[in-house]
Write a protein that binds this ligand. Structure first.
Ligand code: 2P0
Length: 323
């Protein structure tokens, strides 16, 4: 019996992942690009060799879909090593709302594969772990890396070259991401279901896929050149185009709540007043705002004045084994 613990930060996509070109391998229809964010984190302990399989999620035993997906990831790791898998205990906790569009599955599967690799003594390569994380939850392949991360679509039929790679470390650029928590409960439609439904029924989906690669090229250039205006424009545009594809699905996928639009309006109003921030929304109603470190306090004040809350996040480091 061996036990290991890993921590990982969530990431927020600046250029979004929305749709799969291969559901079995969990390969994306588009490249995506993200920023890993501290201090939010997932902490996961894996015991490799126990009496029976047990998943404890934020202190509560879990036998539902999340639990089965976690065991699926452990099975894949065991298959890669050829060693077979003993019963395992996985204890995982988030210090931020779970399944609320705050990328908890990203940090969750990133921490899981690192802890499982260490507990099983599998010694997989970083690339193999990044692919394993992707199989669990696409965005997780980005949370293994710190800072600015690009997840390429890859070309290999087996998906071995589709995983997150760091563009620049967390300390490359001292920006801020404000999190406007509109709802902390789990989302009504899971990401996988939402993206599959959009792919199947939205006439706007092909347009989303077609324009996404150019956005990633633009965002990468803006990050390397530390051009916040350029990055912010791509960020807000990517999110709105992703949501536009969902709005055109049949029936529509609408993750937004009234406060989502309030936050969006505050950010756009602030921009008109010369305080630069750009909004992005994921598979949930919460809003995240990319801005310069110096502008975070005034943007947060505008959001709270409008009756919203704002928490300030900073670029975070890579996922790591801590014990
Ligand atoms: C992203 N999202 O790029 C996008 C934007 C949500 C909206 O990645 O099906 O949990 O497990 O691969 O990674 C959330 O989807 O989906 C997500 P699966 P995942 O961050």
């Amino acid at each position: 019996m061996h036990t290991a613990t890993a921590v990982a930060h969530p990431n927020i996509a600046l250029c979004k992942y929305w749709g799969k070109r291969d559901a079995a391998l969990n390969l994306p229809s588009t490249p995506s690009l993200s920023l890993t964010l501290a201090p939010f984190r997932t902490r996961t302990t894996v015991t490799w060799g126990a009496e029976s399989d047990r998943i404890v999620f934020n202190g509560v035993e879990n036998t539902a879909l999340e639990g089965r997906k976690i065991l699926g990831a452990l099975d894949r790791l065991a298959t890669l090593t050829g060693l077979g898998r003993p019963p395992c205990v996985v204890e995982t906790e988030n210090d931020f709302p779970t399944a609320a569009g705050l990328a908890s599955s990203a940090s969750g599967f990133a921490a899981l594969v690192l802890a499982a690799d260490a507990a099983s003594k599998a010694g997989l390569s970083p690339e193999a772990l990044a692919v394993l994380a992707r199989r669990g939850s696409g965005s997780a392949t980005r949370s293994l890396q710190g800072g600015w991360v690009e997840w390429s679509m890859g070309e290999a039929p087996d998906g071995s070259d589709s995983f997150g790679r760091a563009i620049a470390p967390a300390d490359h650029w001292d920006v801020r991401m404000l999190v406007v928590l509109v709802r902390s409960g789990p989302k009504e439609i899971g990401s996988t279901q939402g993206m599959n439904h959009t792919m199947e029924t939205s006439p706007y989906y092909p347009a989303w896929v077609e324009q996404a690669p150019a956005d990633v090229v633009e965002a990468r250039g803006a990050i390397i050149g530390r051009d916040l205006e350029r990055l912010g424009r791509v960020t807000e545009r990517s999110a709105l185009r992703m949501h536009a594809s969902m709005l055109a699905a049949d029936p529509a996928v609408i993750y937004w709540k009234p406060e989502t639009l309030t936050a969006l309006e505050v950010v756009r109003e602030a921009r008109r007043a010369g305080i630069a921030g750009w909004a992005t929304m994921d598979a949930g109603p919460n809003v995240k705002v990319l801005c310069a470190a110096a502008d975070a306090p005034s943007l947060a004040l505008r959001l709270t004045t409008a009756g919203l809350t704002a928490q300030v996040l900073t670029p975070g480091g890579p996922a790591r084994v801590v014990g």
